[in-house]
Design a protein around this ligand. Sequence first.
Ligand code: GLC
Ligand code: CA
Length: 533
Amino acid sequence: MSPATTTRNWWDHAVGYEIYIRSFADGNGDGIGDFIGLVDKLDYLAWLGIDVVWITPFYSSPMRDWGYDVANYIAVDTTYGTLDDFDAVVERAHALGMKVIIDIVPNHCSDQHEWFQHALANPTGPYRDYFIWRDAAADGSLPNNWVGYFGGPTWTLDEASGQHYLHMFLPEQPDLNWRNPAVRDEFEAILRFWLDRGVDGFRIDVAQGLIKDEQLRSNPQLAPVDASMHRWEQWDCFEHQHDILQPETLAIFQSWNDIAAEYDALLLGETYDLTSLDRLDRLVSGGDALHVGFWFGAMHLDWTAESIRSTFAQPIDGISAGLGWAQNSHDEHRSVTRFGGGDVGRRRALSLAVLLAGLPGMPFLYQGEELGLANGIIEAEDKLDPVGGDDLDAGRDGNRTPIPWETGDGMGFSEPGVTPWLPFGGRTEADTAAAQRNDPDSMVHRYRQLLRVRRTISHIADAEFEWIELSGESSSDVVAFRRGDIVFMANVSSDATPSPLTGEVLFATNDEGRESRTMLAPDEARIVLVLDP
Ligand code: GLC
Ligand code: CA
């Protein structure tokens, strides 16, 4: 964040957009999103003002975790098309001036990957050590106390060999052994394979993972854990000293960074951890490992000034560079829903997007966020996410429903008469991209306007982040910060509140608000040019 920075990277002021490919657009009428569908929608993303698209995994996979269980890292799953179809996506995106980053999943692979199949078949062969094995104890106890991200223990017994293997996610997603140099070589070849095909970088799944404690020591336990707890509650029962963010992870990303540098490519980490800032800082702040690491606080904050301020302050104070920001993803309930749904939920989500657009780092939208979509409604019998058991609230289907492009059967996502892989979940005409593009007051036009304005103030990338100190009523109702001569502010209260600063309003979430220089409407956010800072 040093204002002295002169050499810019292409991603320094870029806006990203996450494409959950299965639910984006179905080009061949089988009810599942694919590359042919995606290529047709790239014009829409360019129109919206997106700089970088991130495409979730499309590799060959048995789909136990919908593609995050990769059976072959250099093959496209036939569900999504062919390598040629992929190339067409990259080519069209580049022609429209957009970059393409793809999701690489290095922490684990599918149990159907040939590496794991060889490891099972031949416990003394070279592939055994691609994974992490421990002998079963005589009393049947597990090798350590780790819990997985989806809840429950992280060890599964391979009866044939009498050993357990480690998996931080599903048993069908065995963790790779990153202490084995052969695994590192495999992935460096995989990175080059895709870079040579023209991708502009990688979103690195579970980047806080990869290396584990050499002795696989148990984590310090903070509270008793039981299987009925929500997966995150189980996770929070431990201090994650030995399973994630091990210091040796740095060397892996440093070596990836050398490769990325040859291609001017971006390394964006899914650095999911909200507590170990110092350990995370080293992975992103030097610029010699990951370029950007996601900070996930914005997916968990409450709509209060205090919660927003502390969510932003934590990484801005603790991590000196390279932050990525998103309030939505394929992993969390949509923010419109989290903020109460309906008009209020939409208003707040848009206002948070305004604030995220002003923070140091890279903001990301998740498909459908620009339409103001709430979670789709999924009935228990339609649930497809392996996460959360019967608990719909713990699962991720509702935030993964197909995009409503148009009204009518198939909603422009798929052909009429085709049942989509996951139900639309109750979309209306007002939710569709088509209806919104015809309405200048719609969410999609506001997001587009926001991104346009952000593009015109790229000088903020070199400006310090400074809080604007507020007193009296405003301090509990307004969040405001400055980047040079540009001020970002949001009124989090449901009442009109005096604006802490006036100036030229470059963007406002609310039309009436745009008229008034002195008052902020309920939940309104603004970008203001202040002439005498
Ligand atoms: C990441 C992905 C998530 C997936 C998990 C396992 O957290 O975002 O969707 O289930 O990794 O690969
Ligand atoms: Ca399809």
